[in-house]
Design a protein around this ligand. Structure first.
Ligand code: ATP
Length: 189
């Protein structure tokens, strides 16, 4: 039996905040693997400069590439349109019946948990791990585990702006991701 942490996001682009957070959760919750799971971006959230799923996956591959405990999970990319977490987790449970699955969520998402589709059933399938972040209050009636992650306040939004303005991104994202972005002319306008 493996302990697997599922880490969903848009990863547009992936950055060192994602990697740092994932690695801390791996260590603190004593997991065996973290599965990075890129989401489809809901049509109403797509901006003009929204990055194609193909490129988001390629960037993520480069971001996690050298870490044997980090894997890519494409369940939500293989389906059309955005998925409910409940449906995705049910699918993953079927594929990994012997493993214990954890679902990693940032502090910013914890207050929205009551609105999640089939949350009570989801809680029977998977253990949530909430990641504390300064500035976010996490009080919840749900049985979450928690991890404390050192603060590293970088976001994909900040990096998209930096890249567009041709400002430095070194130490904020992996060099291989930056190289891929340059080769493919992403985030230029
Ligand atoms: P955007 O700026 O486009 O909204 P983002 O940087 O928040 O993107 P996502 O791909 O949406 O990145 O994030 C996926 C998950 O990673 C979320 O649960 C979020 O809380 C967490 N996360 C993102 N950046 C950090 C960070 N710097 N430190 C800790 N957790 C982070």
């Amino acid at each position: 039996m493996k302990k697997i942490g599922i880490f969903g996001g848009t990863f547009d682009p992936p950055h060192n905040g994602h990697l740092l957070m994932a690695n801390e959760v791996l260590y603190q919750a004593e997991l065996d693997e973290i599965w990075f799971m890129p989401n489809q971006i809901p049509p109403h959230k797509q901006k003009e400069d929204f990055t194609d799923s193909f490129h988001r996956v390629e960037m993520l591959k480069r971001a996690i590439g050298s870490n044997p405990n980090f894997k890519l999970e494409l369940a939500e990319m293989e389906r059309e349109g955005p998925s409910y977490t409940f449906d995705t987790i049910r699918l993953l449970k079927e594929r990994q019946p012997d493993d214990k699955l954890f679902f990693i969520i940032g502090a910013d998402m914890i207050e929205f948990l009551p609105k999640w589709y089939k949350l009570d059933e989801l809680l029977t399938l998977i253990q949530f791990i909430g990641v504390r972040r300064p500035g976010f209050h996490i009080e919840t009636p749900y049985p979450l585990l928690f991890a404390d992650v050192p603060e590293f306040d970088v976001s994909s939004t900040m990096l998209r702006e930096r890249l567009k303005a041709k400002k430095p991104t070194q130490y904020l994202m992996p060099d291989k991701v930056k190289q891929y972005i340059e080769e493919n002319g992403l985030y230029e306008s």
